[in-house]
Design a protein around this ligand. Structure first.
Ligand SMILES: NC(=O)c1ccc[n+]([C@@H]2O[C@H](COP(=O)([O-])OP(=O)(O)OC[C@H]3O[C@@H](n4cnc5c(N)ncnc54)[C@H](OP(=O)(O)O)[C@@H]3O)[C@@H](O)[C@H]2O)c1
Length: 282
């Protein structure tokens, strides 16, 4: 007998490692059709084979995209629209922390491009198919690292004095503020949008950095991090649980709603972030 999720099509970004890969395996076991997104073709195809083998589900494909490049995100969105006739869940999960300032070839600061712009653009380009599918869900992986952060609109990309960890925290605050604004804008379209904190999770997170940053993060993971299996639970819950059917515009941790920080609830700032992001992507 088909499982309740067997007709659902879900797109998971950053599905080649960590939380995204673990969520993909569990959703594959539930019988969903999956579009896995990653930037590395060899790793992507290895993970694809592994997930098919371990889940027994063959309805899974790998799509290549460097999500820090908006041209690639636009290409990915077209590919997904061509390859699938429905999209029930978009799980925006790919993200990273860059301790040093880097600019993408398109001129954006890399944290901002990957962690914020890609969520915004991919979602925007897939809204039509999500709406057409009906009862669709957008799930944005944010972080409690946002708690002490506030956006500075005059220096949103950190061009004027970049600091890696604050830039990461701000990008995760942007994920939450964006989700609140998105929720208002998709009201009545039969789509929900929520964001989440996965916990401090023992993944490959931070290993793109070198030196003390990398060593320190890995030492902290050894002491305090939870497994990717535990870290993926809230993403899986928001993507698939009937308990959150119709629930939208909320922030979750451990499969429960929680408050995000005070700055995240300022509506005028949510709108401003939206407008500025649109101008970057125009
Ligand atoms: N780990 C934590 O403690 C923690 C806590 C709070 C929030 N988060 C959030 O959880 C999400 C997943 O992180 P994780 O911990 O699972 O990290 P991870 O193990 O490093 O996995 C990140 C995934 O994103 C992919 N990715 C990175 N850059 C990309 C790019 N330019 N284009 C396409 N894909 C790209 C990676 O691909 P490759 O396999 O090619 O590297 C990988 O599949 C992130 O949004 C992160 O901010 C993590």
């Amino acid at each position: 007998m088909d499982s309740p999720d067997s007709k659902k099509v879900m797109c998971i970004t950053g599905a080649t490692d960590g939380i995204g890969k673990t969520a993909a395996l569990e959703l594959a076991k539930a019988g969903c059709t999956l579009a896995l997104v990653g930037r590395n073709p060899d790793k992507g195809n290895r993970v694809l084979e592994e997930i098919i083998r371990d889940s027994g589900n063959e309805n899974i494909r790998f799509h290549i995209c460097d999500l820090s490049l908006m041209e690639a995100v636009r290409k990915l969105a077209k590919e997904l629209q061509t390859d699938y006739d429905r999209l029930d869940v978009l799980l925006n999960n790919a993200g990273a922390y860059f301790s040093e300032f880097e600019k993408t070839d398109e001129g954006f600061e890399r944290t901002f491009a990957l962690n914020h712009l890609s969520y915004f653009l991919l979602t925007d380009l897939l809204l039509d198919i999500l709406e057409k599918t009906g009862n669709a869900r957008i799930v944005n992986v944010a972080s409690d690292a946002h708690q002490g952060a506030e956006l500075s609109f005059e220096n949103l990309q950190g061009f004027d004095g970049y600091k890696g960890w604050p830039a990461y925290c701000k990008s995760k605050l942007a994920n939450i503020m964006y989700t609140y604004e998105l929720d208002r804008r998709i009201s009545g379209k039969g789509i929900t949008a929520n964001s989440l904190h996965p916990g401090f999770v023992d993944t490959n997170f931070g290993n793109n950095n070198t030196g003390t940053v990398r060593v320190g993060l890995n030492a902290a993971k050894k002491v305090g991090a939870i497994s990717p299996e535990k870290g993926a639970l809230t993403s899986i819950y928001l993507a698939s649980s009937p308990e959150v059917e119709g629930v939208s515009g909320k922030y979750f941790y451990k499969c429960k709603q929680k408050n995000s920080n005070k700055a995240s609830y300022v509506k005028s700032d949510q709108e401003k972030l939206w407008q500025i992001t649109e101008t970057y992507l125009a």
